[in-house]
Design a protein around this ligand. Structure first.
Ligand SMILES: Nc1ncnc2c1ncn2[C@@H]1O[C@H](COP(=O)(O)OP(=O)(O)OP(=O)(O)O)[C@@H](O)[C@H]1O
Length: 268
């Protein structure tokens, strides 16, 4: 099947992914089906090793499913998808390029004229609050600043979908909070479809419009929660009974899956 017409931005249908392992085949994802609507901010949580990164890699086209299909805007994903911007925990910047050059990189690859890409890079550097650091190299920047360069680079490429794999996990709590707020502002302004992986339930509740809890390996969907918390998700919201209720629901679900994944580990 090369196309689907279910109107979703991303559609996974019966996706299984296996890898050869030292002790036999590892099934990272099994018969996973899910859809992501245009403009959704989907956060995926789940036990370590349940297949979250595998899921993003398949959507981005970095790898192919062993069975099943993935569709982006109704078209089957068959290779690396330029429409998807991927942001990793470890920034993945070119250390020998300046901030400006890093942000321009994707546009240069697409052969955008110099003046246009310079202007567009400058705009997104400004949006992520790094004006004045255009000529700096990554080793002169803090972790939070490097991650902001990654976000600017991704946005400058105007991806249809942003895939973020624990992007703030390596950052201190304050920087993390600032970047979460910045990402929400960017999301509200640009309405990208976002799939975001995290281990933090609070981060999931602060950012998402919907949360998917994955099962222990092999990964499938254990639970889906529509996040109906009002915006802005400030201290009042975070202290509300609805917040606590959602947090408890997600925590119970994740904890049950973590326990199962430990059983899988010990059984080998
Ligand atoms: N290239 C690969 N070769 C072999 N096994 C792999 C490969 N990539 C992932 N796996 C295995 O697939 C399973 C799922 O891995 P994945 O990285 O997707 O999990 P995750 O949920 O992102 O984990 P974490 O939360 O710890 O980052 C793991 O058991 C992992 O060892």
């Amino acid at each position: 099947m090369d196309t689907v017409t279910n109107g979703n931005k991303i559609s996974l249908q019966g996706v299984t992914k296996t890898f050869p392992g030292k002790r036999g085949t590892v099934t990272a994802l099994k018969d996973l089906s899910m859809d992501v609507e245009d403009g959704e901010f989907l956060v995926v949580v789940g036990a370590s090793g349940c297949g979250k990164t595998t899921l993003l890699n398949l959507v981005a086209g970095f790898d192919t499913p062993s069975r099943g299909s993935i569709f982006l805007d109704g078209e089957a994903v068959t290779g690396i998808t330029p429409e998807c911007g991927m942001i990793f925990q470890q920034y993945a910047l070119f250390p020998w390029k300046t901030v400006q050059e890093n942000v321009e990189f994707g546009m240069k690859m697409k052969r955008m004229p110099l003046a246009d890409r310079q202007a567009r890079a400058a705009r997104f550097i400004d949006i992520v609050g790094l004006k004045g650091f255009e000529k700096s190299y990554p080793h002169h920047l803090s972790g939070g600043m490097k991650q902001r360069v990654s976000i600017a680079r991704s946005l400058a490429n105007n991806p249809k979908v942003m895939l973020l794999d624990e992007p703030f996990a390596a950052l201190d709590a304050m920087t993390r909070q600032v970047l979460q707020e910045q990402l929400v502002r960017i999301y509200e302004k640009h309405r990208k479809t976002i799939v975001f992986i995290t281990h933090s339930i609070d981060e999931a509740l602060l950012l998402s419009s919907r949360i998917v809890v994955m099962t222990a390996r092999p990964g499938r969907i254990a639970q889906e929660i529509v996040n109906d918390l009002p915006h802005p998700r400030n201290a009042d919201v975070q202290l509300s009974s609805r917040y606590m209720e959602l947090k408890r629901t997600i925590w119970d679900s994740v904890q049950a899956e973590v326990m199962k994944s430990m059983e899988v580990e010990t059984e080998g």
